[in-house]
Design a protein around this ligand. Structure first.
Ligand SMILES: Cc1ncc(COP(=O)(O)O)c(C=O)c1O
Length: 396
C-alpha cells in the first residue's frame, strides 16, 4: 500500500536550505532560511535564555506529563509579554494553551475555528508566509486571500485591504501578521490596526493574529502596539505566539495560542476544546522551552538582559539593511533602495522575477525561496559586496 506514494516536491523554504547545502561553491550565500544569524553566521541561544535554562535544569526533579494546556505559568507570562497590561484586563475571557511552536498555535487555532464553524473561511494576506496556507488549510477550512502588499510602492496597500475586508461575510476569519510581516517586511501602522479593528468589530469578523517576531521590528513593546490597539477594540480574537526567533528557542518548539472570548463562560468552553484538539493531534506540548521562557520572564534581571540581547539583534538587522541598501545604491544610482531600510524584521522581497531568482542561485550561488524573499540576517560584512553585485546585475 505504501509503495503507491509518490515523491513530493521540496518544501518552498526548507528545500532552499537543502539546495544550499548541496552547493559546493566556497562563496555561496544563504539568504533563504528564516532564522536570525549573528556576525559569525551562527544562530546563538541568548545568554539570558541559557541562564534560565541552567536554572530550570538545576531545579527540575521530574519529567512527569504536563497536560494538554502545558505550563500554566508560561501561558500567563507569554500572553502578558504580548498584551502588556491588557492581559490582566482580558484574563477572565482568555483561554491559553501552550503549543508546539507558533506552527502548533496556528493549527490548533484553525481547528478551534473549525469546531466552532466548519464553514468559516480564513483569509490570508497576499502574499503570506509559505507555510500559512498548508498549516491552516490542513484543518479543512476554506482559505481565501486579501490584498496586502503593493509591489509598485513596496508598501501596504491599506485602502484596498480595508475595502476588501469590509466586504467579507460576517464570521470570516482574518489572519494578520502581528509584526515583521513574512515575507514582505511591511507592517500595518498603529492607525491601520485601530481602523481595521473597528471595522472587524462592526462587521463581526474574527481576527487571528500570528505573532512570530515580537521584538524583531523595533522593540518588544512598540512591535505589539498595533496588536494591543486591536485587542482593545474587538470582542473576540485569536493570538498565535511563537518563541522561536526572539527567544532563540527554535528547536524546542515553544509557542502558545491565546483565544480571547466575549465572556468568561465562552473562554472556559474554549479551553476544553483547545485541550481536546491538542490531545487528538499530539496530546501534550514539549515542556523544556516553555519552562525556560517562563523562568526568564519571571526574573526581572533575566528579562532585562534578554531585552537588551533582542535589541542588539534588531540593531544588527537594521544596520545590515542599511549596508545592503547603500551598496545597491552605489552600484545602481538609478534605483531607489529606501524600501530596504523602511521594512522591518528579517525579511524583504527583492522584487525580481523568477528568472532573476534562478540566476542568483545558479550563477551567483545566492539562495532564497523562489518568491525572492531575502533574510537580511544572512548578509554580513564579508558577503555584502558580493550579494549586492549579484542582485544589481539582475535588476532590469
Ligand atoms: C509568520 C510566521 N508565523 C509562524 C511561524 C512559526 O514558527 P515556529 O513554529 O517555528 O515557532 C513562523 C516561523 O518561521 C513564521 O515566519
Amino acid at each position: 500500500m505504501l509503495d503507491k506514494l509518490e515523491k513530493l516536491p521540496p518544501d518552498p523554504i526548507l528545500g532552499v536550505t537543502a539546495a544550499f547545502r548541496r552547493d559546493t561553491s566556497p562563496g555561496k550565500v544563504d539568504l533563504g532560511v528564516g532564522v536570525y544569524r549573528d556576525i559569525a553566521g551562527n544562530t546563538p541561544v541568548p545568554q539570558a535564555v541559557r541562564e534560565a535554562e541552567r536554572q530550570v535544569l538545576a531545579e527540575q526533579v521530574t519529567k512527569v506529563y504536563v497536560g494538554p494546556a502545558g505550563n500554566a505559568e508560561f501561558n500567563e507570562r507569554i500572553v502578558g509579554l504580548a498584551l502588556g497590561p491588557l492581559a490582566s484586563v482580558l484574563r477572565g475571557r482568555t483561554a491559553t494553551i501552550q503549543t508546539v511552536g507558533g506552527c502548533g498555535a496556528l493549527r490548533v487555532g484553525a481547528e478551534l475555528v473549525r469546531a466552532a464553524n466548519p464553514d468559516a473561511v480564513i483569509h490570508v494576506s497576499t502574499p503570506t508566509w509559505a507555510n500559512h496556507e498548508p498549516l491552516v488549510g490542513s484543518s479543512g477550512l476554506a482559505l481565501q486571500r486579501y490584498p496586502y502588499y503593493d509591489p509598485a510602492t513596496r508598501d501596504v496597500d491599506f485602502d484596498r485591504m480595508f475595502e476588501h475586508i469590509g466586504r467579507l461575510a460576517s464570521g470570516s476569519v482574518v489572519l494578520l501578521h502581528g509584526c515583521c510581516h513574512n515575507p514582505t517586511g511591511v507592517d500595518l501602522e498603529p492607525g491601520h490596526w485601530s481602523a481595521l479593528a473597528d471595522l472587524m468589530a462592526k462587521r463581526g469578523l474574527l481576527p487571528f493574529v500570528d505573532l512570530a517576531y515580537q521584538g524583531f521590528g523595533d522593540d518588544l513593546q512598540s512591535d505589539v502596539a498595533g496588536l494591543r490597539a486591536l485587542a482593545q477594540r474587538v470582542p473576540q480574537f485569536l493570538l498565535a505566539i511563537s518563541c522561536s526567533k526572539n527567544f532563540g528557542l527554535y528547536r524546542e518548539r515553544t509557542g502558545a495560542l491565546a483565544t480571547v472570548a466575549s465572556s468568561a463562560d465562552a473562554a472556559a468552553a474554549i479551553a476544553t476544546h483547545q485541550a481536546r484538539i491538542a490531545r487528538r493531534l499530539y496530546s501534550m506540548p514539549p515542556d523544556h522551552g516553555a519552562a525556560v521562557a517562563a523562568r526568564l520572564l519571571a526574573s526581572p534581571e533575566l528579562l532585562a538582559s534578554w531585552e537588551s540581547e533582542v535589541a542588539s539583534m534588531v540593531s544588527r538587522m537594521k544596520s545590515l539593511r542599511a549596508l545592503l541598501a547603500s551598496r545597491l545604491a552605489a552600484l545602481r544610482p538609478d534605483g531607489d533602495f529606501g524600501w530596504l531600510t523602511r521594512q522591518r524584521g528579517m525579511f524583504s522581497l527583492l522584487g525580481l522575477d523568477d528568472a532573476g531568482i534562478t540566476a542568483l542561485r545558479e550563477q551567483h550561488h545566492v539562495y532564497m525561496p523562489q518568491d525572492g524573499r531575502i533574510n537580511v540576517a544572512g548578509i554580513s560584512d564579508a558577503n555584502v559586496d558580493y550579494v549586492a553585485r549579484a542582485i544589481a546585475q539582475q535588476i532590469g
